[in-house]
Write a protein that binds this ligand. Structure first.
Ligand SMILES: O=C(O)CCC(=O)C(=O)O
Ligand SMILES: [Fe+2]
Length: 669
């Protein structure tokens, strides 16, 4: 549009001294003509006529004058972007740096971005999920935010447009809502249904446009085809042809091969093929000293390292992890190996002084190989799906989902092994509590007023004595979830599973810990926690978690990530994989997750945690502590919090219930 010239600016004021001087001069030097009465009347008439003509002209051309003035204002706004018009134009576009920011992952950025656009365009799904904040099922969606007009550019035209809209008698009709289409090949609508069932039902009552938009499963991105691992590809694992993709389902006979933890009634502890797994790794302690001997010799260690663990995952495995992370280096070796650099580090951070060298010098690098790939198993095509956080967050946590990661037969087999083992264990567990206050809360819960004294606990432990354990166990009537464990190399299944995980996510089998199967009876949940230790002193933590649902759950039992606004419904065979640590190696608070209450039916999961690196005892059965004294096959129940009824039954013992555990964990085998 042609730009009109603004009218010349008039001087805003003339110095009064000058004016006065000129008029004074005129009056004195040139007094002007004098007029007769007739001449005066004619002159007045002429003036009146002129005024009349000017009035008519002004009336006829008024709109043009008005427009001329407008353009003058517009030009001013362009030149001065701080004027209100210019500001409004900027914010109306909604094109804030955040909104326009793309995710940094070069492989997924395009798709992530497209999903984000979709989200902001208008879905009640994303609105409702995001707004809840606690990861609870989304509430009734509000009126969806319609498609926004494309962001205006900061040009003269844009501003002119704003200005004209303001002056127009009727506001202009907004552009119709944008329907964002995603590539149907790359989305999986059925998955979305699982996650968003509640909202979907509500949204269906709304307009057609919404329905069309809701059809887009915005939470899911099936990842790029080029990431696929084809059956005959060599891939990251060197396997024999076909081995990576064919899996013979777990047959009933195989169940015996899976030895679950705990001392069976014959008193012998199951052993794993630990030496094989680590035979190629140097073992700082090659003396062959038994682990229990080392345990007792470590008792004098006065390591003061305590990690605060407000919301850390099930203590049993954490214990196994901690004990596995610290034993490689004896205090003597630690001292002799001290480098100038590490001493300097320790001097900088005196709190770390007592940590083993390996811990202090460990440089966490984010697992570059933590990349999802499409895999095939047993004739099943298993593409990865990235779950997009429904909350704006600067989190580095990525959550991936694989449907049918395990076959029905595999899931059934694992459930059977677990149930059988729970049945076979001694039915009377010993009950352990993280504190007396947790015990009191549980007593209140079962409506029993009991005066608790330290004598009720087995000395040196956090566990109740046998009599009290039995009593409280009956009152609580098995009101807990059940975890059983098996170890790498103990079954064909474990080997096949870890290879599958390696292919799908690039996680090194050697960096994985035990396999834990957990069942939740109806009404059970598990507290909000992170699988790594928040603000922990040991950076060699659980970098990623792999969770597989072994059955559908009739109602409830979702895994929720409240900080991300992601929640996932259990589906038989479905795997969830996420990273717990940031690229810098810090435990990510956004990885907080909760197993929500099973409202109807029961829930079964298989979980395995992966670490930054392999440790000597990682993935090996931990030596059982002798305290408390107990008969074979006695399970323990750990209530390490009250929240969400998070007592959990374990088939094996570790050191977590020992009072002095925190003080010696870095030197335990
Ligand atoms: O059961 C779930 O959904 C989550 C379980 C979990 O996070 C865990 O066992 O660490
Ligand atoms: Fe967890």
């Amino acid at each position: 549009m042609a730009r009109r010239r603004p009218p010349p600016k008039r001087p805003s004021s003339i110095p009064s001294s000058l004016t006065r001087k000129n008029s004074d001069t005129r009056r004195l030097v040139n007094p002007g003509p004098s007029f007769t009465g007739t001449e005066m009347t004619g002159f007045v008439r002429a003036i009146l006529l002129g005024a009349l003509v000017a009035g008519v002209v002004a009336f006829l051309f008024y709109p043009d004058i008005s427009r001329l003035l407008q353009h003058w204002e517009i030009d001013t706004a362009v030149q001065q972007p701080d004027l209100p018009n210019a500001k409004a134009a900027k914010s109306n576009g909604g094109n804030t740096p955040e909104a326009g920011q793309a995710k940094t992952d070069p492989k997924t950025s395009r798709k992530v971005r497209s999903v984000k656009e979709n989200k902001s365009t208008s879905t009640s799904k994303s609105t409702s999920t995001t707004s809840n904040g606690d990861g609870s099922p989304p509430k009734k969606a509000k009126a969806p935010k319609r498609a926004e007009a494309p962001p205006p550019q900061e040009t003269e035209e844009t501003l002119e447009c704003t200005c004209q809209q303001t002056n127009a008698p009727e506001p202009p009709t907004p552009p119709p809502p944008k329907k964002v289409k995603t590539n149907p090949k790359k989305t999986k609508p059925p998955v979305k249904t699982d996650l968003m069932e509640d909202e979907e039902e509500e949204v269906e009552e709304d307009s057609e446009v919404e329905l069309m938009e809701i059809e887009e499963p915005i939470e899911f991105i099936e990842l790029e085809a080029e990431e696929e691992v084809s059956p005959d590809s060599t891939g990251p694992v060197s396997l024999k042809d076909g081995e990576a993709i064919t899996f013979t389902p777990l047959s009933p006979g195989d169940e015996d091969v899976i030895r679950l933890g705990g001392r069976p009634k014959d008193g012998k502890q199951a052993s794993s093929s630990r030496e094989k797994r680590h035979s190629d790794k140097p073992k700082p302690d090659a003396s062959g000293t038994s682990s229990s001997a080392k345990n007792s010799s470590a008792k004098n260690d006065t390591s003061t390292t305590k990690s605060k663990k407000p919301h850390t995952a099930n203590s049993s495995d954490k214990d196994s992890r901690n004990s596995s992370q610290k034993q490689n280096i004896t205090p003597q070796e630690s001292k002799s190996q001290k480098s100038t650099e590490s001493q300097a580090n320790a001097a900088e951070n005196p709190e770390n002084e007592d940590l083993p060298e390996e811990v202090r010098n460990f440089k966490p690098t984010f697992l570059k190989t933590f990349t999802p790939k499409k895999i095939f198993a047993d004739g099943r095509r298993i593409p990865p799906v990235e779950l997009i956080p429904q909350k704006d967050t600067n989190s580095t946590v990525k959550v991936f989902l694989f449907n049918d990661f395990l076959s029905d037969a595999e899931c059934d087999g694992l459930r059977r092994v677990h149930d059988k083992h729970v049945q076979e264990m001694n039915t009377q567990p010993l009950l352990c509590f993280d504190s007396i206050s947790t015990l009191r809360k549980h007593l209140d819960d079962v409506r029993h007023k009991v005066h608790v004294t330290p004598q009720d606990f087995v000395k040196g432990t956090k566990c109740l004595n046998e009599t009290f354990s039995q009593q409280l166990g009956q009152w609580m009537s098995g009101n807990w979830s059940y975890s059983t464990a098996f170890y790498p190399g103990e079954s064909r299944f474990s080997t096949i599973f870890e290879k599958r995980v390696q292919q799908a996510m690039g996680l090194d089998p050697l960096n994985g810990g035990k396999f834990q199967i957990t069942s939740y009876p109806q009404g059970k949940a598990y507290k909000a926690h992170t699988d790594c230790v928040l603000d922990g002193t040991d950076p060699r933590d659980r970098v990623a978690s792999v969770l597989v649902y072994l059955d559908d759950v009739e109602e409830g039992g979702e895994t929720k990530f409240p900080e991300l606004g992601i929640w996932v419904k259990p589906r038989k065979g479905r795997a969830l994989v996420w990273n717990n640590m940031s690229p810098q190696g810090a435990c990510e608070p956004h990885s907080l997750h909760v197993a929500s209450k099973v409202d109807q039916g029961s829930k079964y999961i298989l979980i395995r945690w992966y670490y930054y690196k392999s440790f000597y005892s990682l993935g090996k059965r931990p030596p059982e502590p002798t305290l408390p004294t107990r008969s074979a096959a006695t399970p323990r129940v750990s209530c390490d919090d009250y929240d969400n009824g998070s007592c959990r039954w374990y088939d094996e013992w570790n050191n977590d219930h020992l009072l002095d555990y925190e003080y010696k964990k870095y030197t335990l085998i």
